[in-house]
Write a protein that binds this ligand. Structure first.
Ligand code: NAI
Length: 248
């Protein structure tokens, strides 16, 4: 079955680059109009221009997911421009790694405010519209680290574990309005986020991946496409791990 998203509107956070960009492009290739919501204004504009060339409507909107006012403005601007939001992809995320003993409260707040509060902010702001329209799909980008923990990532693992719990509550609260909410938990995906890791850590991860390669952002985007499509109509509150077999 070909996935057809013509007439749909998708808002993807953190879509200027990396996994978010792959998701935005993949949804556009299936016909969805796309809002590229990101902190990096120039890169977001470039991504939106690239997406427009696929023959759909695309707009870059500058937003800081950790700031509720900024999120509300982004959602209002999106509704004014596109009339609705059918799919919300909460993808924006950051790391600030260090051992818990050395982690400052600022390191903690920085990551939690973007990775977890950011998902709350967007879900709250968009749900007002999705509730009225009695349909919608929300896909949250978590991480396998939210399932298994990782030394040096107390803040990140807690934020992603929180995203998984928030996904399940959102799914339960919104199901009656025909809004499905699922999470994906990628493993080691080749993006700027993981390229900044030291080579020895990258090699250690590789040893743990049964499929013996890092994931491609496109392979994460495929799962998002599934979760916004009719193929997953009866699936909500689930976490799909995309990690080459690392966690099983
Ligand atoms: P990336 O660093 O390449 O891209 C992150 C994007 O989020 C950037 O465009 C950045 O500008 C945006 N962003 C950061 N803070 C923001 C804010 N406050 N407001 C709005 N936008 C903001 O990272 P990548 O690898 O593409 O990660 C995307 C998501 O996937 C993140 O949630 C990350 O935690 C998750 N993930 C990534 C994995 C990987 O191996 N790369 C593995 C598991 C999960």
């Amino acid at each position: 079955m070909k996935i057809e998203l013509k007439g749909k509107v998708s808002l993807v956070t953190g879509a200027a680059r990396g996994i978010g960009k792959s998701i935005a492009v993949k949804l556009a290739q299936s016909g969805s109009d796309v809002i590229v919501a990101d902190l990096m204004e120039d890169e977001a504009k470039k991504t939106a221009e690239e997406i427009s060339r696929l023959g759909v409507k695309a707009r870059a909107i500058s937003v800081d997911v950790s700031d509720f006012n900024s999120v509300e403005n982004c959602v209002k601007e999106s509704i004014n421009a596109f009339g609705k939001i059918d799919h919300l992809i909460n993808n924006a995320g950051v790391t600030r790694d260090t051992l818990l003993m050395r982690m400052t409260p600022q390191d903690w707040d920085f990551v939690l405010n973007i990775n977890l509060k950011g998902v709350f902010n967007f879900t709250k702001a968009v749900s007002t519209f999705m509730m009225k329209q009695k349909s919608g799909r929300i896909v949250n980008v978590a991480s396998i680290i939210g399932l298994i923990g990782n030394p040096g990532q107390a803040n990140y693992s807690a934020s992603k574990g929180g995203v998984i719990a928030l996904t399940k509550t959102t799914a339960k609260e919104f199901a009656a309005r025909n809004i499905n909410c699922n999470a994906i938990a990628p493993g080691f995906i080749d993006t700027e986020m993981t390229r900044k890791l030291p080579e020895n850590i990258r090699e250690e991860y590789m040893k743990l991946i049964p499929l013996k390669r890092y994931g491609d952002p496109d392979e994460v985007a495929d799962a998002v496409l599934f979760f916004v499509s009719d193929l997953s109509k009866y699936i909500t509150g689930q976490v799909l791990v995309i990690d080459g077999g690392m966690v099983m």
